[in-house]
Design a binder for this molecule. Sequence first.
Ligand code: C2O
Ligand code: CU
Ligand code: CU
Length: 452
Amino acid sequence: IVEQGERVFRLSISAGQKEFVPGVVSPTIGVNAPYLGPTLEMRRGERVRLHVDNGLDDGATVHWHGFELPAAADGGPHQLIRPGARWSPSFEVRQRASLYWYHSHLHRGTGPQVYAGLAAPIYVRDDEEDALDLPSEYGVDDIPLIVQDRVLDNSGKLLYPQNMHAQMMGVRGDRLYVNGTQNAVFDARTGLLRLRILNGSNARFYDFSLSGGQTMQIIASDGGLLERPHAVRSLRLAPGERAQILVDLSEGRPLSLVATSPDNSMGMMGGDGGGMMGGGMMGRRRDDTEMDEPFRVLDIRPSDSSPQRKLPSQLAPLPALDPSLAVRTRRFVLDMGMMGGGMSINGASMDMNVINERVPAGQWEIWEIANASMMAHPFHIHNAQFRVIDRNGRTPPPLETGYKDTVIVDPREQVRLLLRFEEHTDPDLPYMYHCHILEHEDAGMMGQFVVV
Ligand code: C2O
Ligand code: CU
Ligand code: CU
């Protein structure tokens, strides 16, 4: 069934194959492709319908990460698509222009399905952004980078480790892939290049920077443009988070986007730096899946010149962040239990049959996320774009001055979020909030809320 004026997308999930090293074939999952899937391009204000066919022998789901939509269209664990079945959600694209993404959200099976390839970007565009002179030619001066790490076994086949360490820390690989490619190279134009970075890894955090210490301009967070560009030398993204940066290639010199991986291991796993005292867990140490760092994410080779573009000094006016609007505060405490055996939020592990929170529509609330564990967790809320009020009372960094749907909560930290659900009430069908380290999510660091 297609209504008038709906834009239709056809997505077919199927088993595929990919050579992560030449000559060695690994089984994968892809959407309209052997691995990963097409970038979907949508416009704010339009209605879309997505026909999603599951050609796998297992159940699957497809979640539209970052979207505000009816719970029935969310693609969370309750929207299971059985093998051979089709799911056809439809919704209005409400949120601001930005980089979003779609990925598996199978109950207790999100980690392995995303790892096998069930993930891809979504571009939303809108008039507000089009009015600015930003690079926006897809594949030319505006490109998505899905950054993912993978482990291969000794024969070169894709491996999803399921040992104790991987369950606790999340699955982390020692090879880095961007849009499915290792050692990726991009032939750019000179001028400004817009990179839309998505940390699509299961568990690894990255600190991105440019070779030679060049600054980059952050222009957008998860939920779209910031008020103004912020020049930074380094940018941290946890799984699920996105950022858009502008890179200045006007001098025509080749340049690399590189990354290091901040430690996110518990002190008890050993190591030589960081540690759980003083300054948290993000010190550097090497562990069994450490990469050779800094590793190259993307080599950029400018050649052909393009019209010189000036960086706009203002981007998008955002409403003032006013916590006094909130009529109530909810608190969420993230914990891992002993040896990762009790992944929980407020002491409870995810139960498909329990609604943890009932949230009235139309009211501002403060959600206070506290981390009782010794590892940082990216906390994600469905059906929402929130603002970050503060971190342990301190002002958040530039990337967190705009709209977000996923936010890092460091050990012993408390992050306060301001949010409101405007519509899409449904007393029975829940949305999720969870840690976006996919193995933590699968192990139960997730809860459910309804908007009433
Ligand atoms: Cu990106 Cu609930 O997920
Ligand atoms: Cu989501
Ligand atoms: Cu976690």
